[in-house]
Design a protein around this ligand. Structure first.
Ligand SMILES: CC(C)(COP(=O)(O)OP(=O)(O)OC[C@H]1O[C@@H](n2cnc3c(N)ncnc32)[C@H](O)[C@@H]1OP(=O)(O)O)[C@@H](O)C(=O)NCCC(=O)NCCS
Length: 204
C-alpha cells in the first residue's frame, strides 16, 4: 500500500496512464506527429521550431522516468528541432530511455531500435568553432544529418555526433562517442568509437 491507499501495482498503472495522457497532450500541443500506438512513460520535454517536424511512429516507447527503466534515467527524454526545415523521426517499435535528440537538419531513427539510458544524439555542433562567428546564427555552425538504421542497439550514455550513419543491426557500446559512420551489423565501442567486431545476421 502507498499514500493513496492503493496496492503498489495499481499505483504504478495509474501513474503510467496519467503520464501517458499528459505526455501525449504535451507532444500534440507542440505539434509533434505522434502515433496513437506510441507509449509515453513519464513526461518528455519537447520543443519544435515552426516549419519543422517531429514524428513518433507506432509502438515507440519513450521512457522519461527512472521508475520504468532498469538503469534509471538522468532526465526525461528531450526531443527538439532547432530550426525551420528540421526533421526528427523515430521509427516503429523503437524504445528510448531518457536521452536528448536535437535536430537542426535531420535525425532519422529506424524501426525496432533500442536506445539505452541517456543516449545523446545531435546533428549539429550548436556553436561555431571560431569565436568571431558565434553571434552570426546558423551560417557558421556545422550540421549534418544523422541516419540510424533498423534494429540498432545503442548502449547507455553513448553520444552520436553529426553526419553519422549507423547501419541496420549495428551495436554501439555504452559510453561510445560515435564520430564516423558504422557499417551494418558492426559492434563499435570507445571514444572515438571503433569496430570491436562484426555480427553475422542472426548471431549474438
Ligand atoms: C558493446 C557491447 C555490446 C560489446 O559486448 P561484447 O560483444 O560482449 O564485447 P566484449 O565484452 O567481448 O568486448 C570486446 C572488446 O570491446 C571492448 N569494449 C566492449 N564494450 C566497450 C565499451 N562500452 N566501451 C569501450 N570498450 C568496450 C572490450 O574491452 C573488448 O576489448 P578487448 O578485445 O581489447 O579486450 C557491450 O560491451 C556494451 O557496451 N553493452 C551496452 C550495455 C548497455 O548500455 N545497455 C543498455 C542498458 S539501458
Amino acid at each position: 500500500m502507498n499514500w493513496l491507499g492503493l496496492p503498489a501495482r495499481a499505483e504504478d498503472k495509474l501513474a503510467q496512464v496519467v503520464t501517458d495522457a499528459l505526455g501525449r497532450r504535451r507532444l500534440r500541443h507542440a505539434g509533434v506527429e505522434v502515433s496513437t500506438r506510441a507509449r509515453l512513460m513519464g513526461l518528455p520535454i519537447v520543443s519544435r521550431c515552426d516549419d519543422s517536424r517531429i514524428m513518433i511512429g507506432d509502438d515507440v516507447v519513450l521512457c522519461s522516468h527512472s521508475r520504468w527503466t532498469a538503469l534509471g534515467v538522468a532526465h526525461p527524454v528531450v526531443l527538439r528541432t532547432l530550426r525551420a526545415g528540421a526533421l526528427l523521426a523515430i521509427g516503429r517499435g523503437t524504445g528510448i530511455s531518457g536521452g536528448s535528440f536535437c535536430a537542426a537538419v535531420s535525425i532519422r531513427i529506424g524501426e525496432r531500435c533500442l536506445l539505452g539510458a541517456d543516449v545523446l544524439i545531435a546533428d549539429t555542433d550548436f556553436h561555431a568553432l571560431d569565436p568571431a562567428c558565434r553571434e552570426t546564427g546558423w551560417d557558421d555552425i556545422a550540421c549534418a544529418p544523422i541516419d540510424i538504421g533498423d534494429d540498432v542497439f545503442i548502449g547507455a550514455r553513448a553520444v552520436i555526433l553529426k553526419g553519422v550513419r549507423i547501419g541496420d543491426g549495428a551495436v554501439v557500446g555504452a559510453g561510445a562517442v560515435v564520430t564516423r559512420s558504422v557499417p551494418a551489423h558492426a559492434v563499435v565501442a570507445g571514444n572515438p568509437a571503433a569496430i570491436v567486431r562484426s555480427r553475422e545476421r542472426g548471431t549474438p
